[in-house]
Design a binder for this molecule. Structure first.
Ligand SMILES: [Zn+2]
Length: 153
């Protein structure tokens, strides 16, 4: 009797593993850690949908000309001309480089938001809202830890 129950448990756990494996495979195929020097906080934001604390980013007051790149894969994401002070405590941009991001609808925390992630490596960067200034009317609210700024001069 005991042996039988063990076997059933074994079969159940194997089928559970089998059911979960395709999900893991899809995750691995779309999200990939390229920069092995990412901090645990960066990994939590970029691969676990985390959020850095507001007003903590060193990029908040960055006003120099230059470009913003993905901290994981280095892809070009924003030009400094699109950056503005939204007052939210996160680096904000009115426009992203075309094709830099893919988006998906995010229902977490009981809100409907548009999440965006790097089109090259899949790393999460932030959420985009429709209350931005300028001709796009968009506000890309980006975690500063996901970005690397490269000044042009
Ligand atoms: Zn990337």
């Amino acid at each position: 009797m005991i042996l039988k129950r063990r076997n059933i448990l074994k079969i159940l756990s194997y089928s559970l593993l089998f059911l979960c494996s395709p999900i893991k495979t899809i995750y691995a195929a779309t999200k990939k850690i390229i920069n092995q020097n990412l901090s645990s906080q960066q990994k939590d934001i970029m691969f676990n949908q985390g959020t850095e604390r507001a007003f903590t980013s060193s990029l908040l007051n960055e006003k120099r000309k230059g470009t913003y790149h993905c901290a994981n894969c280095g892809a070009l994401l924003f030009d400094s001309v699109a950056k503005y002070d939204s007052g939210t405590g996160w680096p904000s941009f009115t426009e992203a480089v075309p094709g830099a991001f893919n988006t998906k609808v995010d229902y977490s925390f009981g809100m409907k938001r548009i999440e965006y992630h790097c089109a090259t490596c899949g790393a999460h960067h932030g959420h985009v809202f429709a209350d931005g200034p300028g001709k796009t009317g968009k506000r890309f609210c980006n975690n500063g830890l996901c970005l690397i700024f490269k000044p042009s001069e």
